[in-house]
Design a protein. Structure first.
Length: 386
């Protein structure tokens, strides 16, 4: 145990002779000397008990120094600190302000991370669709067509024209999403008989929905798609793109009836196969480019898009916020022919070699046209794409 020594004047009792030094242990110091420091007001006489030997120390209950006050939980009274502790209003406001600043700094980072994850999932969806296209090509030696309406030339023998011209007559006129079902692990859905075709119409598949834009559920009681095939620059038949109208070559001499990899003169890695399509986020399931079942819309903007023109000039992909239905003077459900997305600043597109690229909304319009046309024999400067 540590031993301390105090001078005589700090320890003077009647029953002990005067000594120049007094040997004390720490507990005795705590019991006599240290107690004086817990008193709010101290006098020289009480602090130096040996300086006035004739003065008697007041007893307990007599007039003199008060006994040290005890606070709750056994804590001793501290004269230099308020017994009630807590936050002041200013301190509370400062804390709230700091928390608000931290949230404001972290929230954009969290949202950016979430969007990056959704964009990656969207690219993965397009990757699966592109691989399904290539597997279909390996099995049928051609890409699937975009379907047709019953009265489109050549007219289906069972079509009741006019009247049924806006709808496919049978499954042979359904569109590429239906023909890809066996290659997307949906063979059971593909094999359903005609009496159960409404089940096909109302079975949403997550692979056809962009997670940034919407959930994979029914819209207007139909399963839809957020992705469209590339029809080049020809919206009436898609003859210079990858997705063409069924049997267009039989109706127009010189045009192909199917598209094969050998028809892609510009190279499979330089030609868009399928990509995000522009939609109106406020009218899902109602606009004319998003209101028919994804497997059987006929030759319709639901399943194909082209390079659009404005004032006779080609345009790049467009964000959903610029959908034409927002500004059309009479029709709130007016359709779009353009590629586009809800992703900030870009769309995802799968190329004919199965790779997926991000394409900026600010891409040079001529470069985008070259990406969509399969046979113009024009080079692609990829530094201008992203």
């Amino acid at each position: 145990m540590m031993t301390l020594y105090l001078v005589r004047s700090l320890w003077n009792r009647k029953d002990e002779p005067n000594q120049p030094l007094k040997r004390l242990t720490p507990n005795r110091i705590g019991g006599r000397a240290c107690r004086c420091f817990s008193i709010r007001r101290q006098s020289e006489a009480h602090f130096w008990p040996g300086s006035r030997p004739t003065e008697k120390r007041p007893g307990k209950g007599q007039r003199g120094l008060p006994e040290p006050k005890l606070l709750p939980y056994g804590r001793k009274y501290n004269p230099f600190r308020s017994p009630l502790s807590g936050f002041t209003l200013v301190e509370l406001l400062v804390v709230i302000t700091i928390i608000g600043i931290l949230i404001a700094l972290l929230l954009p980072a969290v949202q950016s991370a979430r969007e990056a994850a959704r964009r990656t999932q969207c690219a993965n969806n397009l990757k699966q669709i592109a691989l399904a296209f290539l597997n279909y090509h390996a099995s049928h030696e051609a890409f699937p067509h975009g379907g047709k309406n019953g009265c489109d030339p050549p007219v289906h023998p069972n079509a009741k024209c006019p009247g049924a011209e806006a709808y496919p007559v049978d499954r042979s006129e359904w569109s590429w999403p239906y023909f890809l079902l066996p290659f997307l692990e949906q063979q059971a859905l593909y094999d359903l008989p005609d009496k159960d075709k409404n089940t096909i119409y109302r079975t949403p598949l997550p692979v056809f929905y962009c997670p940034t834009r919407r959930r994979a559920i029914l819209y207007n009681n139909l399963a839809l798609t957020d992705y469209a095939g590339n029809a080049g620059t020809r919206g009436n038949d898609g003859a210079d793109g990858i997705i063409i109208r069924k049997d267009v070559g039989l109706a127009v001499p010189g045009l192909p009836t199917v598209i094969k990899l050998e028809h892609i003169r510009d190279g499979a890695s330089n030609t868009i196969l399928v990509g995000d399509k522009q939609l109106n986020p406020d009218r899902f399931g109602w606009t004319h480019d998003d209101n028919e079942p994804y497997v059987a819309p006929g030759w319709n903007m639901d399943i194909y898009r082209v390079v659009t023109r404005k004032n006779n000039l080609y345009e790049p992909p467009q964000p959903d916020s610029r959908h034409p239905s927002y500004t059309h003077p009479t029709d709130p459900n007016f359709m779009s022919f353009a590629f586009g997305s809800s992703h900030p600043g870009m769309i995802n597109a799968a190329l004919c070699d199965g790779s997926v690229r991000g394409i900026s909304f600010g891409i040079d319009p001529e470069t985008f046209r070259r990406l969509c046309v399969r046979n113009d024999k024009q080079p692609i400067d990829w530094s201008q794409v992203q």
